[in-house]
Each structure stands twice: as structure tokens, then as C-alpha cells.
Design a protein. Structure first.
Length: 210
């Protein structure tokens, strides 16, 4: 009986490891849109929030202090688009636009359930996160924010300061379900709606005003 239990346990562990390796860490090919004036989705998941922010609005709202810090080196106003990722989504993140990576800021925090919204920004702002700042070829700055969740306790980025990136290039990974935020400057227009499913590297999530 003990031998059968041991064999079953080993098989279960092997199945879980294989499932994790081939499902959670999958990286399917994507057809990157040829649109220099567009931002493509950095993540695969569901749009949880689309918020227009300004310095004035962030001065008075709960949780806005964190957002104010996150947005301060992007612009004085703009858009925050939050994407929820569950365990079925692809967990790699991609560059939303051809750009140069400037810097990252890793912030320690909690590991609360990222799929439970606690504010209008759609992000668990108290959780551990990694903020990636980019500068596009047109001079616009934007951020991709990787947020850890209840199960996602490891955030990885694959970029170095001053590295040039093509649109859709893989820039990072959040293991298991979590959230990704895209912080855009003024002069952009969201191209998605709350509740919409977006595909990393394919869905045009916002456009630059002409």
C-alpha cells in the first residue's frame, strides 16, 4: 500500500510539473500589428479598469498616492489600463511599442489576491510589483507595471537599461495569476473596454492621437 501511495504521489508531482512547464510557461507565437502609432497589449487577460488620471485627481483619492508615484515620471496626466491575468492566461509580458527601456523600480509588498479589486484602478497597489519605464521613438514615456498576486510570488524582467526593444518583444514574466498595468501619457486614446479579453502582442490597447 505504501509503495502504491509513493508511486501515485510521484506521478502526481510529475503531472503538476509538466502542466506548469507546458501550460503556465507557454509562449505562443503572436502576430504583432504593424502600427507605429499604437500600443499593443503587454499582457494576456481581461481589462479590469481604464482610468484617466491627472495630478489634481490623484491628490484627493484613496490609494492615489501610490498611483501618483507610479505616474510621476510618465506625464502630468494620462491613462492607466489594468489587465487581470488568471491561471489560464499566458504569463509573459511584451513591449507595447518599439521603445528604449530606461529603468525599473522593484517595490516590495504583500501577496493579496490580485483578482479581487479594492479600488477603481483595478490594481492591488499594496502588493509586490515591478515598474518598467520606457521611452518610445516619438519621445513618449510609458510604464508596464507587473503586480504579484496570491499565487504569483515571483516577478521577472528580461530587460536592461538603454536596451532597445521592438514592439511585441518579450520583456518579463509573472508566474501564475496576477495583474499588469499600462501607464500611458496624455495624447493617447484607449482602444479597449472594461471586461474585454486582450492578447499579449496582438490586441491594440491604445492609440496615439493624431
Amino acid at each position: 500500500m505504501l509503495k502504491k501511495f509513493f508511486i501515485a504521489a510521484v506521478l502526481l508531482i510529475a503531472v503538476c510539473l509538466a502542466y506548469y512547464q507546458f501550460w503556465f510557461l507557454r509562449q505562443p507565437d503572436r502576430t504583432i500589428p504593424n502600427a507605429a502609432d499604437a500600443f499593443i497589449s503587454p499582457a494576456n487577460g481581461e481589462v479590469a479598469a481604464i482610468v484617466h488620471w491627472t495630478k489634481d485627481s490623484l491628490a484627493w483619492e484613496k490609494d492615489a498616492g501610490v498611483v501618483q508615484v507610479m505616474t510621476s515620471d510618465v506625464d502630468s496626466s494620462g491613462w492607466l489600463i489594468a489587465i487581470e491575468m488568471d491561471v489560464t492566461n499566458v504569463h509573459f509580458q511584451r513591449a507595447p511599442m518599439a521603445a528604449k527601456f530606461l529603468k525599473n523600480e522593484y517595490v516590495k509588498g504583500r501577496f493579496n489576491n490580485a483578482l479581487v479589486q479594492t479600488n477603481r484602478y483595478g490594481l492591488r497597489l499594496e502588493n509586490e510589483r515591478n515598474d518598467l519605464l520606457f521611452e518610445a521613438e516619438n519621445g513618449m514615456k510609458f510604464k508596464v507595471v507587473q503586480v504579484a498576486g496570491l499565487l504569483a510570488r515571483r516577478i521577472v524582467d528580461f530587460v536592461e537599461p538603454d536596451q532597445g526593444l521592438a514592439a511585441g518583444e518579450v520583456i518579463g514574466l509573472i508566474k501564475l495569476g496576477s495583474q499588469v498595468g499600462l501607464i500611458l501619457p496624455e495624447g493617447t486614446i484607449p482602444n479597449v473596454t472594461v471586461g474585454q479579453t486582450v492578447i499579449d502582442g496582438e490586441t491594440i490597447i491604445a492609440k496615439v492621437k493624431k
